[in-house]
Design a protein around this ligand. Structure first.
Ligand code: AMP
Length: 179
């Protein structure tokens, strides 16, 4: 089977052993440098977005790049989901497990009006831990998560399947084997 969006896959650079041995880091900075590729990635994610949603939620940090472009492309507002300690207003947060230890994502407690339909955006889904925590956080804020869009999927790590099992339709543009 040929790679979907092969033109975009070609623009993503793989850096072996970053940030630690054994990780194949999928580097989107080379995609961002390519005007047509960056534009196409946003257009294609926007084209596969749900018909009806109110807000985009972007995950720190590379997710901010794609979510803010998606927000302007689809003329929606943008909610920032950040690491703890960076947002100035009152926040709500969700802890999630990492391979070693835990991490926490937070958002402003008044960022969503309960019942709003939100599309989650990040650069890449791997194990799905980050995205699932973001979904829990948005649901805690009363939002309905109507979809999640990622440029890159690492299907062998199962994150997209976990998100679908949690009731969130998932769109990805490019898949890479392995981790
Ligand atoms: P996960 O929570 O395991 O789905 O990891 C997703 C987050 O970690 C995303 O925000 C990615 O930016 C980052 N990430 C995980 N694995 C990689 C990888 N192989 N290359 C680049 N970024 C990654």
């Amino acid at each position: 089977m040929t790679q979907a969006n092969a033109d975009l896959a070609q623009l993503i650079r793989t850096i072996p052993d970053f940030p630690k041995p054994g990780i194949q880091f999928r580097d989107i900075t080379t995609l961002l440098l390519d005007a047509k590729g960056f534009h196409a990635s946003i257009e294609r994610l926007a084209a596969s977005a749900p018909d009806d949603f109110d807000l985009i939620a972007g995950i720190e940090a590379r997710g901010f790049i794609f979510s803010s472009a998606m927000a302007t492309q689809t003329a929606k507002g943008l909610v920032l989901i950040r690491k703890d300690g960076k947002l100035p207003g009152a926040t709500i947060g969700v802890d999630y497990a990492l391979e070693y230890g835990t991490d926490r994502v937070v958002m402003h407690e008044d960022a969503c009006v309960p019942g709003q339909k939100v599309l989650l955006v990040d650069d890449l889904i791997a194990t799905g831990g980050t995205a699932l925590a973001a979904v829990r956080l948005l649901r805690q804020a009363g939002a309905e998560v109507v979809g999640a869009s990622f440029v890159i999927d690492l299907p062998d790590l199962g994150g997209a399947d976990k998100l679908r099992a949690a009731g969130v339709p998932v769109t990805t543009l490019v898949a890479f084997e392995g981790d």
